[in-house]
Ligand binder design. Structure first.
Ligand code: GRF
Length: 202
């Protein structure tokens, strides 16, 4: 079966991208990384990819006058590299309808909570502050809302009595590193069927 070409957008540390790279190398994910793009020149993900010899580039948001021009540059780069699936891995920008329409149904994200609980930023802090006993992570398709797209996979993670946002984040991150490659593998195997809000795994 042909490898699906994925393009990863990341702004920071890049540990989820590393888990994806590892899954590809281990033969658990039939994909090829066609592009890694960071919007932030300082992002650790760029150093991580340089060390792994994976081509990565920065498209610096500050070099563009508008979001539209920035997104057009990202989309062009993805198209040049024949990207079939856009993977958001700690990408800290909200994408506009323009970009989402260009890759309709072909953008995935991972969020560190069990959506629809605790969307947006600082989801782990939100879970601790709320007193939730269980949180987790969610892989979903991206639509125009904030973390509202159809849910692909979720994994529950307990919130412990003395958790801080940091300790909970570490525990959730461990689950993320397993969940994201699994969701991507299902996509690459053509096993995800979106019916309205529901994603069926065939
Ligand atoms: C993860 O917690 C992910 O759920 C969220 O951003 C963080 C990215 O971490 N969207 P990393 O850059 O993959 O290490």
């Amino acid at each position: 079966m042909n490898k699906t070409v994925i393009g990863v957008l990341a702004s920071g540390r890049g540990s989820n991208l590393q888990a994806i790279v590892d899954a590809i190398e281990a033969g658990r994910l039939n994909a090829k990384i066609g592009a890694v793009i960071s919007d932030n020149p300082e992002a650790n993900v760029l150093k991580r990819m340089a060390a792994a010899d994976i081509p990565a580039l920065c498209i610096d948001r500050r070099q563009f006058v508008s979001r539209h021009e920035f997104e057009a540059a990202v989309a062009e780069e993805l198209n040049i590299r024949h990207v079939e699936l856009v993977v958001l891995a700690g990408f800290m920008r909200i994408l506009t309808a323009y970009f989402i329409d260009r890759f309709a149904g072909k953008i995935m994200n991972i969020h560190p909570a069990l959506l629809p609980a605790f969307p947006g930023e600082n989801a782990q802090q939100q879970a601790v502050d709320y007193g939730a006993k269980v949180s987790g992570c969610t892989v979903h398709f991206v639509d125009e809302g904030m973390d509202t797209g159809p849910i692909i996979l979720q994994e529950a993670v307990p919130v412990l009595e003395d958790d801080t946002a940091e300790t909970l984040s570490d525990r959730i991150l461990h689950a993320e590193h397993i969940l994201y490659p699994r969701a991507l593998a299902l996509y690459c195997e053509g096993r995800l069927k979106v019916e309205g809000r529901r994603v069926r795994i065939t």
